[in-house]
Design a protein around this ligand. Structure first.
Ligand SMILES: Cc1cc2nc3c(=O)[nH]c(=O)nc-3n(C[C@H](O)[C@H](O)[C@H](O)COP(=O)(O)OP(=O)(O)OC[C@H]3O[C@@H](n4cnc5c(N)ncnc54)[C@H](O)[C@@H]3O)c2cc1C
Length: 317
């Protein structure tokens, strides 16, 4: 028998945790599933653009604070990844890997994004990284050469952060110029240990046990092998939709389509934060989405008089 809640939330990033806080304050019984308190916040060294913290706040600290707040409000947070969310006649059934079932008449997907990768030979080998803040320190004082794949802000940010640890950082980009903001490109140029290889298509990673090089085709004809000690992917992000076993509409880029009330094409299933089709993917917008999605989910349950856990249905609307 499934444990019953009013609202089930997938993701413990800023969107999911804010939805939990708002959901609880509306009187709903809320379950939030996640693997990391704060989601992607833990990858941010110092957040300089979140209101209220002049001089910045470490991402892990902010994540832990929001997580503690959601718990203090009484949300059920088992810190487990939900394996699947399935459509049931009057709501959604969530299942955990290895047992455990949860039911709620409404759910919010706040599962964020995952980095895109390349499907080329040896991409399954060790030595491929997705977060300079998390894995850059592995290369401290090792005289390493690191490649960063990509040409936008993300790639240049990664290169700048890695330049503190590596002897040499090579940005490999398929375009004819970097797409990153001019100020970032300038900063990279001033570092002295960041190089850029343009018009370069990566064909394969060289590897024995671990990746030790990459083969690129430059200008459509010249094949080159760049010896490296590690490769950091920075070619963008895609929505993390692995959990959803419900039919939902997505954009061609794979983000969840939502209406003005943040509802997906599946009635009762809402989306908040980076996972949805939005113009800004930031902490402050993820929090705003979380708050709004919780309010809209509450309104949906009340209007449809759905039975979940203990939601206060209030006066007739
Ligand atoms: C390196 C880096 C630096 C950044 N810097 C800034 C910055 O300075 N300022 C700023 O405003 N924004 C910044 N951002 C963006 C910001 O982190 C995101 O916009 C924000 O975290 C999005 O919040 P979210 O809740 O939508 O998703 P996320 O924070 O990604 O959280 C989603 C969580 O859901 C989990 N999840 C996925 N599937 C499941 C499942 N099946 N079951 C349970 N849990 C699941 C994920 O593992 C993840 O922990 C940065 C991002 C990165 C990567």
């Amino acid at each position: 028998m499934a444990d019953r809640f009013d609202l089930m939330i997938i993701g413990t990033g800023p969107a999911g945790l804010t939805a939990a806080i708002y959901g609880r304050r509306l009187g709903m019984e809320v379950a939030v599933f996640g693997d990391t308190p704060g989601g992607n916040l833990v990858k941010i060294e110092n957040i300089l653009n979140y209101p209220g913290f002049p001089g910045g706040v470490p991402g892990a600290q902010l994540g832990a604070m929001v997580f503690a707040q959601a718990q203090a409000e009484g949300a059920f947070v088992p810190m487990r990844r939900l394996e699947k969310i399935l459509d049931r006649d009057s709501g959604f059934l969530g299942t955990l890997d290895g047992g455990g079932e949860y039911f709620a008449p409404a759910a919010i997907i706040a599962s964020g994004v995952v980095p895109r990768t390349l499907d080329i030979p040896n991409s399954d080998k060790k030595g491929l990284y997705y977060c300079s803040l998390c894995d850059g320190p592995l290369f401290r004082n090792k005289g390493a050469t690191l490649a960063v794949l990509g040409g936008g802000n993300m790639a240049v940010h990664e290169a700048l952060s890695l330049s503190a640890f590596a002897l040499r950082v090579i940005i490999v980009h398929r375009g004819t110029s970097l797409r990153a903001e001019a100020a970032l490109v300038r900063e990279a140029g001033e570092k002295g240990n960041i190089e850029v290889v343009l018009n370069a298509v990566v064909q394969e990673f060289q590897a024995t046990d671990e990746i030790n090089g990459l083969t690129v085709v430059v200008n459509g004809k010249e094949k080159r092998t760049l010896p490296v000690n590690g490769v950091f992917m920075a070619i963008g992000w895609g929505a993390d939709l692995g959990v959803i076993q419900v039919e939902v509409k997505t954009t061609p880029e794979g983000f969840l389509k939502t209406d003005a009330k943040l509802m997906t094409s599946a009635p009762g299933l809402f989306a908040a934060g980076d996972v949805r089709d939005t113009d800004t993917r930031q902490i402050v917008t993820a929090c705003a989405d979380g708050a709004r999605a919780a309010n809209f989910a509450f309104e949906y349950i009340r209007k449809n008089r759905l039975e979940g856990g203990n939601v206060r249905t209030g006066p007739e609307t």
